[in-house]
Design a protein around this ligand. Sequence first.
Ligand SMILES: [Zn+2]
Ligand SMILES: [Zn+2]
Length: 357
Amino acid sequence: MVVQYKCPSCGADMAFDSTIGKLHCESCGTNMNIEEMSGDKNARDHKHTHQESASYKEAFDHGAEVHEYHCNNCGAVLITDQDTTATTCSFCGAGVVLSDRLSGSFAPSLVIPFAINKEEAQAAFKKWCKKGLLTPSGFMTADRIKSITGIYVPFWLYDLNGIGTADATCTKVRTYTRGDYIYTETDYYRVYRKVNLNYLKVPTDASEKMNDKMMDKLEPYHYKDLKSFNMPYLAGYLAEKYNYDAGEMFPRVESRVQDYVDSYLRQTISGYSSTTYNNKDIRIHTQNAEYALFPVWMVCYDYKKSEHTFAMNGQTGKIVGKPPLSAAKIAGWFAGISAASFAIIKLIALLTGGPLL
Ligand SMILES: [Zn+2]
Ligand SMILES: [Zn+2]
């Protein structure tokens, strides 16, 4: 089913406006509060949401094709891949949400809406590129941003319990002198520790397309803006559904939290000269996992016939990715260094009255 958000005043398509955090109509300026639209805390139930909200109109596509979606405005086929849950019509630009892909086990429970709009993302990206010391000079001059796309990326947020036990042999070494002798005294301690730790909402991206490391680097997301999921947040953006369920993603979050528990455990053993672990055991259990969508700006940039991808946290503006390195600039950089060292040598030669280099 295709859901489009129509302006109650003028009938134009509305889209989520990250600046005001509301649905906004470009044509007449009408804004609508999304949290009020749900009329129900249980935003998972879309049908319920639709029935209760009389303040906006929606249109459904009842076409016979299961995998083909049509824009309600212009009838154009919406070009989507199987993971897309929200997109814009490439003909009329309307934001469309594919509600049947956001139902059942694919219904997100939480969302962090975009806080940075397209213009801000573009400006911040250009500024970030200019700061790059070794960015080729031509990199930012032409308008090479091939695409800049706001996308809601699926994440699992895990509530985890970690139990760590350690059995270690520790020493305290003391050295002192008495008469002609140096004494070394070693005391041995058997140390036991057990820690029971809870971690709330540890994020792991659940999309096949997204580079895991890149997504990890976009953290932190601030949970103060975490809201109950509601479809209008996706209007005007691209959104994806998860490829891996919470169970499949667990090994990734497990190894991450194992490291946290391990470092906590180590910190509890201090004040010794040495620590040798006889036994250490860390177990992580999932208490709860929630499906959430986090905002990411993806920037595709064309430079010297290759594509560079950058990502920006759509909530905080943090950018990850690597600007291309310029061979010419690197060469110039080293030339600069050797020129400087030459000048210094000359100066020293003059001061000492030695022969000029
Ligand atoms: Zn309007
Ligand atoms: Zn259209």
